[in-house]
Ligand binder design. Sequence first.
Ligand SMILES: [Zn+2]
Length: 413
Amino acid sequence: MAKYENLIPRFLKYVKINTRSTPNATTVPSNERLTKFAEGLVEDLKAIGLSNVHINAQSSYVYATLPANTDKQVKKLGFISHFDTADFNSVDINPQFVENYDGHSVIKLDDAGKYTLDPAVFPNLKNYQGDTLITTDGSTLLGADDKSGVAEIMASAEYLLAHPEIKHGEIEIGLGPDEEIGTGADHFDVKDFGADIAYTVDGGPLGQLEYETFNAADAQVEITGTNVHPAEAKGVMVNASQVAMDFHAMLPEHDRPENTEGREGFFHLYSMEGTVDSAHLSYIIRDHDRQIFEDRKKLFQGVADQLNKAYGSDRVAVTIKDQYYNMREVIEKDMTVVDLAKQALEELDIKPLIFPVRGGTDGSKISFMGLPTPNLFAGGENMHGRFEYVSEQTMEKATDVIIKIAQLAEAQA
Ligand SMILES: [Zn+2]
């Protein structure tokens, strides 16, 4: 029998329920599906035997507590995951199983073989020799991002309740909606949650531990032209689309997503529209380094200022909004939360994979609310689409890691 008998069945039950979040929604959570799913989680968490199970009315996060079984003063640990899925077909998810994968075969997702998992395209498949893989049938995503995290956190709590000989402090569980549309963590209630240090269990492959993210801003550029008849335009027309192209050309050419990697930041033009009369450019600005991030925003505004000077009027209006910051700024003040995870991985013979994330996690916001929250692997690969898959064995190891962190925190208190 599997060590965590409900881990995979619970995961399969959850992925079959459509929890796709709705971009640009004005409600919290972003749709009714998520509310219903949250209510189901409450029942399941209560059935496991957890305490203080409730839905936070403001955030729609589901919170639960596993009480301590030691008298020691242990830091309260939190484990967080999201149950919404990305913006991709999530109707009738039909998980497929590849048992004892040989590490080199091409896996057919649909019967016709239109979609495949091919190690030549997805080299990480080679890491899963001997594993049982759970894949899609090619028509939907899988939702391992992040129902694997949900199932792992629940399995670890269930295991600890069944094994009182494993001593641990109080453990808080937070399962939330709308991570994929970037709004879920905005409503996270650190006080209601009640942890001292926490982890999102929302990373990818085995061993991943992330505590460094981008600093992030969204930047909108509104350009106003002067539209006259082209025949009589000389010296009069200001073509907003031309000004938009000039604007983009004045940004550093190298600093684009397609030219950068590692710790290199960028300006990413993700949408543009324009006529002679007006034009609109939408960017995101990213950098791991806070100072360089601030400098990037200044440079961006500087380009607008320069163009306004050239045209002698306020034709280019820039609005920059910070989205999240590099959690490292918070976490490096006390590395306990990272050290615990690293030690847990090492004791379980899992090689820690620690790299700066070229993006954000829920933890990048939650850390700045005062709760240091790095990100642990949950196991998913190729997230957000039909090629998503996860290994059962990796999910078991992620569960092992959660339990080990709880154990170590108690032992070191
Ligand atoms: Zn995720």
